[in-house]
Ligand binder design. Sequence first.
Ligand SMILES: Nc1ncnc2c1ncn2[C@@H]1O[C@H](COP(=O)(O)OP(=O)(O)OP(=O)(O)O)[C@@H](O)[C@H]1O
Ligand SMILES: O=P(O)(O)OC[C@@]1(O)O[C@H](CO)[C@@H](O)[C@@H]1O
Length: 304
Amino acid sequence: MIYTVTVNPALDYVIQLKKVKAGKVNRSNDCQFLAGGKGINVSQILNQLDVDNTAWGFVGGFTGKELVRQLNVKQIVNDFVTISDDTRVNVKVHAQKETEINAAGPEIDQQEITAFKARLDDLNKGDIVVLSGSLTPSLPSDFYEQLLPTIKEAGAEFAIDTTGQALLDSLKYHPLVIKPNQHELAELFDVDLVNKEDILKAAKKLQEMGAQNVLISLADQGAYLLTHDHVYYANPARGITVNSVGAGDSMIAGFVGTYYQTQDPVKALQVGAACGGATAFSEGIAVKSQIDTLLPQIKVQKIQ
Ligand SMILES: Nc1ncnc2c1ncn2[C@@H]1O[C@H](COP(=O)(O)OP(=O)(O)OP(=O)(O)O)[C@@H](O)[C@H]1O
Ligand SMILES: O=P(O)(O)OC[C@@]1(O)O[C@H](CO)[C@@H](O)[C@@H]1O
């Protein structure tokens, strides 16, 4: 089983308009509330790939109820801890440029944290836990790290999609895969990454620090994968970008879901790149038909 963890999920309020003028009244052409949060997006793609998974995390209030309603409609299995504060709303403005305003997130108390940690008792050998996204301000900054010994003791693997020190602190527990984008990779080591060599050198460092596989996503430039033995490059799919929100989550889902089924990191990279592209080319998170259409376009090359 794959478990996704979204401790700070969101209703994404996606607003479409031609142009935003700062300081003026702007009127939208279209808007909708979509269940979001990085781990939840991973679950959505896993469902499209027919990979069994359960979404874990914290939800609360009227926003949390709507989020769970949407997941149930899509038959995404979920087992959230209910909190007394409201799940956040993140605003995504799609105009001449994409602008995102992500809220900090709700208060989570000690009892709710304890209830969440008890979920980990369900883990079995061979399971994969995908930990994704920001923490709420009330959670300790080492919250992910606190979960890792239990996950490993159960014989499960984990993937982690977070940034900064929290990502670095997870490496000693040997994540199955991490996926910083080029910008996040540069920030991790406080360096400029000007060419391929710089990127691969920084990615190699993350592997030396403990990651089993390192995926570096480059948006419309494709992605690199460092495995134990080799380095691979996956080209980007061709298409018109309409939304980059969730492309990274989709790539992780494609990678982890395929790895779980095949144990083949190269196939996993191919599917991950197709899932990322499919989401970038669609209004929300991609569906199976879009992923299947792009899959043959992705050729994985061994470059080292
Ligand atoms: N415009 C695009 N065209 C083709 N493929 C894309 C495009 N955008 C994303 N992808 C695919 O999805 C992968 C992940 O995208 P990206 O690098 O933007 O992740 P990210 O920065 O984590 O995304 P986000 O935070 O917006 O979800 C890329 O490596 C690529 O394979
Ligand atoms: O604030 P975080 O947790 O870093 O990111 C949250 C978020 O931007 O990530 C998803 C896209 O990756 C969205 O669905 C969601 O709003």
